[in-house]
Design a protein around this ligand. Structure first.
Ligand SMILES: O=C(O)/C=C(\CC(=O)C(=O)O)C(=O)O
Length: 310
């Protein structure tokens, strides 16, 4: 992969660039695997970052993403709009159009988005919208606006991706359980992995999935959730052990409603930047059998994002 660049923007202080030269994973991904959570950033000189953004990243182009896909052995990507691009989906659409059918997308839209724009996004490969409730990333959007958007995109057969932190689930519960679409939770609802996997906070998340068959979870981002590590660096193939019980419990309880993604280029990490090859080697620790791996990496993302082929 070519080296990270920064374009005309100044990166947020302390920004960690994505890992250049990732290892070859030892885990052989099943044929047709989908990296179901990753981003493109800019490049800023072509697709400027949004004025309302809370951080300015290092550029992460479509060509760099596709090179990573091929290097790791994924067949396809689901590219998720990140908050640094706001509701300007141009970089996302450009990447989807360049992917030759090998990428689908999750966009961010505002309530005033036109039907014609939604159809244009659909034609480019968008199949969902993302609602972000992580306070350091976005300003508050009234729930009725979001519900309005959800009602409109439901008609296109799209789903809603939600990103929130575990402590906020009780307050968001009523809104989430009224959503009329499939609902995909980013990064397991960000559990605090220093708490018990059987404790009340994670039990609430399990209940959320158990009682609502339309709720899916990405079992992604151990590098973001881990407290005791060890990080996926320097050849470590048993990384982020404190996250394993949480992700494994979700995979084993809801094998047909889980997705996995690299989260490349890993925005806003503060301590370390993982080697994406070693991150792939995390997968068999949370999905220990070939059946679970095939559902997580192939069957489930294909059903959600490429239903016409599944
Ligand atoms: O990349 C992720 O999924 C997580 C992010 C960034 C993000 O979601 C965004 O900017 O939209 C985070 O925790 O900072």
């Amino acid at each position: 992969m070519s080296k990270p660049t920064t374009g005309p923007f100044t990166k947020t202080a302390g920004w960690l660039d994505w890992y250049d030269g990732p290892s070859q994973p030892q885990f052989r991904l099943p044929s047709g695997s989908v990296d179901a959570h990753c981003h493109v950033f800019g490049p800023g000189d072509e697709f400027p970052y949004a004025p309302e953004r809370k951080y300015t990243p290092c550029d992460a182009s479509k060509a760099q993403l596709f090179a990573l896909r091929d290097h790791l052995g994924f067949a396809r990507n689901v590219i998720v709009q990140a908050t640094c691009h706001g509701a300007d989906n141009r970089a996302l659409v450009d990447a989807l159009q360049a992917a030759g059918g090998k990428a689908r997308g999750v966009a961010t839209v505002r309530r005033d988005v036109s039907d014609a724009e939604l159809e244009r996004l659909h034609a480019a490969g968008v199949r969902g919208v993302r609602f972000n409730f992580v306070k350091r990333l976005v300003d508050f959007t009234p729930r009725d606006e979001l519900m309005d958007i959800a009602g409109r995109i439901a008609k296109l057969g799209w789903h809603v991706v939600i990103y929130f932190e575990a402590v906020d689930l009780p307050e968001l519960w009523d809104f989430f359980t009224r959503l009329p679409t499939t609902v995909v939770v980013d990064h397991m609802g960000r559990p605090d992995v220093t708490k018990s996997v059987d404790g009340p906070e994670f039990e609430l998340f399990i209940k959320f999935m158990r009682e609502h068959a339309n709720v899916w979870s990405k079992v992604s981002c151990p590098e973001r959730l881990s407290v005791s590590g060890p990080p996926a660096l320097n050849g470590e193939r048993a990384a982020y052990r404190d996250v394993v019980p949480f992700a494994r419990r979700i995979v084993q309880s809801f094998p047909d409603r889980v997705l996995w993604g690299t989260d490349w280029p890993h925005p806003n990490l503060k301590q370390h930047m993982p080697d994406d090859g070693l991150l792939v080697d995390f997968i068999p620790h949370i999905a220990p059998t070939a059946d679970l791996q095939r559902q997580l990496l192939v069957d489930n993302p294909m059903r959600l994002y490429w239903p016409e082929e599944a």
